[in-house]
Design a binder for this molecule. Structure first.
Ligand code: NZQ
Ligand code: ZN
Length: 469
């Protein structure tokens, strides 16, 4: 279903998938996709407020998405739920986060009470950090008595090719529980392997291409998080890269939420400062993608978001300076989880353009995930300044005690710099012009349209990148 490629406002909260499951023939559309439909439907048989149901005929195009067969489209916004500037109210939402969080020092031991004794466990980890910081021994001890198969070598920005080897190990050993220990990459790999092992199609890459819509089940996954950043420990997302084609794609499925996640701040003491810096920036920008759009009459979500931002501003520099400060690491770790566990995104417009563009930059140039985001976010704000102005002003005042939208952009870049995070392509010797061209072409190929207004397509993405030379 090509329309699901339109990314943005309802991308990550799972509502679409739940509705899709409930009524297979009914395809819910996010508000920005609807905007694209309305913009391109020349006959204007309806106005946004009147739309409850719309039937797309074969060949109908919305944005760059083309329908191949007749489909009913049910917008997630109700008939009175109007867009910005017309007295909008909070959107309908479904919130369900099934992950049990086991937080604090020594909590890895709790795993023994969470994984039934008869499970055959795949213990998944990365390049070996778990062996140097005591996590490996703690996990092995908690798993004592169970059949355990180890699979190591999951790389940062986990590769599809490596995950397929793990899927073979899962099948060969009749694994029925996956325990992933590490950063977001290991957790994402665990989630993908869990879904791919039960996937009925020929090529599991289709899971990524369909953004998870074709996932019908997954082996249960548990997690031990050692790098606060991605929120993967408590969400239904996974991001996987394919070396063969230099692609990096994400998928969502309600089946891949970890059943539990252990968050012991002490496991982060061994992190090199670069990954702490990355984690602070990634979590900060996860909040921004759900917050920095336009006022949507969701005061609690705004305050949640601002509280997470403020916490990261407060403890970020401290936790970099003092890696063994448990309190600071605990605050950072919990903030990063709450930044992307769906809570702050309930019922509000979202703009995942920084991430969507950033994934392409990692795929082409190998920059760390957070490094790409720090370059792109200020560019998105500058290019979409008028439509984001109100929220930028609110953010400037509430988080920085500063006045004006320009100050919001300046303070944010200053904050990133204070963490030693560069914000320009030139800092990495990358040509912004070349990056713009490559990303524009990729967006075109895939029919990507991002932003809370569905107005960041291939050309807009290129413009954003060019502005970050
Ligand atoms: O591989 P090991 O040896 O474990 O080393 C890792 C890796 O080299 C190391 N590390 C992790 N914990 C450590 C440690 N080193 C010392 N002590 C510890 N306690 O850190 C390095 C980077 O790890 P990685 O997992 O790649 O980093 P991160 O957590 O930032 O994950 C990045 C990946 O997550 C995706 C990104 O695109 C990227 O692929 N994302 C996933 C999301 C999600 N699932 O919701 C959302 C994010 O926006 C993001 O896209
Ligand atoms: Zn991220």
């Amino acid at each position: 279903m090509k329309l699901s490629r339109v990314c943005g406002s309802r991308e990550k909260n799972g509502v679409s998938l739940y509705e899709r499951e409930a009524a297979a023939e009914t395809v819910p559309v996010r508000k920005n996709a609807l905007t694209a439909i309305i913009a391109e439907e020349k006959s204007h048989q309806f106005v946004p407020e009147d739309i409850i149901k719309f039937v797309a005929k074969p060949g109908f195009r919305a944005g760059n998405a083309e329908f191949s067969h007749t489909e009913k489209i049910l917008p997630l916004i109700g008939p009175k739920n109007s867009s910005e500037g017309k007295g909008c109210v909070m959107d309908n939402f479904i919130f369900k986060n099934p992950t049990e969080i086991l937080f604090g020092k020594g909590m890895i031991a709790e795993i023994k009470n969470r994984i039934p004794g008869d499970r055959r466990v795949l213990f998944l980890y990365g390049g070996g950090s778990v062996k140097r910081n005591g996590v490996y021994e703690q996990v092995k001890s908690a798993l004592r008595g169970r059949k355990v198969v180890e699979f190591s070598g999951i790389e940062p920005n986990p590769l599809f090719e490596t995950c397929l080897k793990a899927v073979s190990a899962v099948k060969k050993n009749r694994i029925n529980f996956i325990l992933a220990a590490g950063g977001g990459s290991v957790l994402d790999a665990g989630k993908f392997i869990a879904a791919a092992a039960l996937f009925r199609g020929n090529d599991p890459w289709a899971i990524l291409k369909e953004q998870g819509a074709n996932v019908t089940g997954a082996i249960p996954v548990g997690a031990v998080l050692t790098l606060p950043a991605t929120g993967s420990e408590s969400n239904g997302n996974s991001v996987i890269s394919k070396a063969a084609t230099s692609e990096k794609l994400h998928f969502y499925s309600p089946f891949i939420y970890p059943v539990f996640s252990v968050l012991d701040p002490e496991t982060t003491f061994s992190l090199p400062s670069k990954f702490v810096r990355n984690g602070i920036v990634d979590a900060f920008i996860h909040v921004m993608e759900q917050y920095l759009t336009y006022p949507a009459r969701a005061p609690l979500q705004d305050r949640f978001a601002e509280a997470i931002l403020q916490t990261l501003v407060d403890v970020g520099p401290l936790t970099l300076r003092k890696p063994g400060d448990y309190e600071a690491r605990a605050a950072f770790m919990w903030a990063a989880t709450l930044a992307l566990n769906s809570l702050i995104g309930c019922g509000v417009p979202q703009d995942w353009s920084t991430h969507m563009i950033g994934h392409e930059i990692t795929a082409f140039y190998g920059l760390d995930h957070a490094e790409t985001l720090a370059i792109i976010l200020p560019g998105v704000w500058e290019q979409k300044f008028a439509s984001k102005k109100k929220k930028l002003e609110q953010y400037a005042g509430r988080v920085w005690g500063a006045a004006g939208a320009h100050e919001a952009v300046r303070k944010t870049e200053e904050f990133f710099h204070s963490l030693h995070m560069p914000t320009r392509f030139s800092d990495y010797g990358i040509s912004a012009e070349e990056a713009a061209r490559k990303v524009r072409d990729r967006f075109r190929e895939r029919g990507y349209v991002c932003g809370e207004h569905g107005d960041i397509g291939p050309e807009a993405a290129a413009k954003i990148l060019r502005s970050r030379a």
